[in-house]
Design a protein around this ligand. Structure first.
Ligand code: ADQ
Length: 488
């Protein structure tokens, strides 16, 4: 937990709350995802701050326009802590968020180098200036004892920018996506600046040990004799400071998912779903419609499954829930077309009567709405080409009724390093995925319970709240060791 004297200052691109001006006043809604729920109590108890992008200019839900229209007491009653929005120009949004962050860093860190758009000359300057704006906001509003916790690949330069102004600032950075090995990372023209940016932190966190190793390797290869990397202690000596690098796997709010799964209508709704699809077996995929999630390959594996095991035609349906995401980025529009085309060709070739091999919903579901789908599924197919962690895998395991259900998981996810009882697949190997589906629907109940029980226990034993506590504890431990080293 945070010590009593320190405030937690969270810095993230995404805002923790959505706001809307209504006739009755301001409607505030917590943004979905465990991150806000996990950090909210900590920021609130420590009287801390949250620095984030203000949202789309001119929109009714733009944070700053709503906040500016409120008195201080109104603002205080709306949010449990101070939210400090950062204003970005349209150009910055296009070239920083839709540009450098999501057309360079996102594909590259997911090993999809050919998806990177390196030719946008405004991308890097916009990324730099947007990071400067976040850093300036933190510099203007933070105090010396604050623990400043910066999140994700959008803001890799912020730690060093803050340190440049406040040499003794206490800064952590956490990366929610994979960190690639040097052979991939070296493609980045700004690879050195980004590493220097992150090394402004005292503590750097990744989901799993392999990302830690990749980062240490990249630091060593990019900065050569400027750094000393100690692999045994996972520390880096740089510019007279020691930076600790840790693996700290994010998880979910287990109590919340256990409670949601026991919701009044979940079981009945799950039976109704299977009845509506008129099948014996149901499989499920839940993702943002992102090319890293491997949805097209998954559909092709399902087609192969029905070709290889035709006895399951009309008996099994696969349901894919894909929520729209980053719709302003051209690659995402292209992916949507590709998913639609693949789906159309499979369904038109294999459909029999009213039975469809794949049912597809292109819209966002709330967690409550997902529950009956999780509960009705005999297996969940989580097959990203790469994924930092993947929380849907963990959410599914807590929602399976009586531990019945099979998780089929891509070995390219961070989750696969922890969730070893899942049926592992290579998302590029369609045949192995088709066979894994067959293994799942023929798996004896006793084996399902054994695997799922172990997965559930592990998730319940380390929740998203433990993740926050671990990061902060590691921060304090690292500070203490640094102090002791100075004294000795
Ligand atoms: P994401 O890429 O967004 O997150 P993921 O971890 O799978 O991926 O999901 C985050 C949340 O979004 C989950 O709570 C999930 O239920 C929800 N979600 C996903 N698809 C949905 C859909 N179609 N409808 C409704 N809800 C949906 C990034 C990284 C991940 C990492 C997280 C957290 O890419 O690897 O696990 O951050 O660090």
């Amino acid at each position: 937990m945070a010590s009593t004297k320190e405030r937690i200052v969270v810095v993230s691109n995404r805002e923790p709350y959505s706001v809307k001006l209504t006739l009755d006043g301001v409607a505030v809604q917590k943004n979905a995802g465990g991150l806000v729920s996990a950090l909210e109590p900590m920021v609130k108890q420590s009287n801390g701050l949250w620095v984030c992008w203000e949202g789309e200019a001119g929109s009714k839900s733009q944070l700053s326009s709503v906040i500016n229209g409120l008195s201080q007491s109104e603002a205080e009653s709306c949010f449990p802590f101070a939210v400090l929005p950062v204003a970005l120009t349209d150009d910055e949004i296009n070239h920083y968020y839709n540009g450098y962050a999501n057309r360079v860093l996102w594909p590259l860190f997911h090993y999809l180098v050919s998806y990177c758009v390196f030719w946008d000359e405004k991308a890097w300057p916009s990324y730099y200036s947007a990071n400067e704006k976040f850093a300036e906001k933190v510099i203007a509003h933070s105090q010396s004892n604050d623990l400043i916790w910066v999140h994700d690949y959008h803001l890799m330069l912020v730690p060093s920018m803050i340190r440049g102004e406040k040499h003794h600032a206490r800064i952590g950075w956490f990366c929610h996506i994979p960190f690639p090995n040097y052979e991939i990372y070296r493609h980045l023209p700004n690879r050195v600046e980004l590493i220097r940016g992150v090394l402004g932190s005292d503590l750097v966190g990744f989901h799993v040990p392999s990302y830690v190793n990749h980062f240490l390797e990249c630091v060593e290869r990019c900065l050569l004799e400027e750094v000393v990397v100690d692999r045994n202690t996972s520390t880096i000596s740089y510019e007279g400071r020691t930076i600790k690098v840790i693996a700290c796997p994010i998880s979910i709010d287990a109590d919340q998912f256990n409670a949601l799964s026991l919701g009044e209508d979940v079981y009945e709704d799950s039976l109704a779903l299977k009845k509506a699809f008129n099948v014996e077996f149901m499989g499920l995929g839940v993702d943002r419609l992102d090319y890293t999630k491997g949805i097209v390959e998954r559909f092709k594996a399902i087609e192969l499954f029905f070709d290889k095991y035709p006895q399951y035609k009309t008996k099994m349906t696969f349901v894919q829930i894909g929520s729209p995401t980053r719709t302003d980025v051209p690659m995402y529009k292209k992916l949507k077309d590709e998913v639609d085309l693949t789906l159309g060709s499979i369904n038109s070739r294999l459909a029999e009567g009213s039975w469809m091999p794949i049912q597809y919903f292109y819209r966002k579901f709330t967690h409550e709405q997902l529950m009956p789908y999780f509960a009705a599924s005999d297996f969940c197919l989580i097959t990203p080409l790469r994924d930092g962690m993947n929380l849907v895998a963990k959410e599914y395991c807590l929602t399976c009724k009586d531990d019945l259900g099979v998780l089929i998981l891509s070995e390219m996810t961070g989750a696969s390093e922890e969730m070893t009882e899942a049926v592992m697949v290579n998302p590029y190997d369609l045949e192995s995925m088709a066979d894994a589906i067959h293994q799942a629907i023929t798996m004896p109940a006793s084996e399902q319970r054994q695997r799922m029980g172990a997965l559930r226990e592990r998730i319940e034993g380390f929740t998203v709240f433990d993740w926050v506590d671990q990061f902060i504890k590691e921060f304090h431990d690292h500070e203490r060791l640094n102090r002791e080293a100075v004294l000795s």
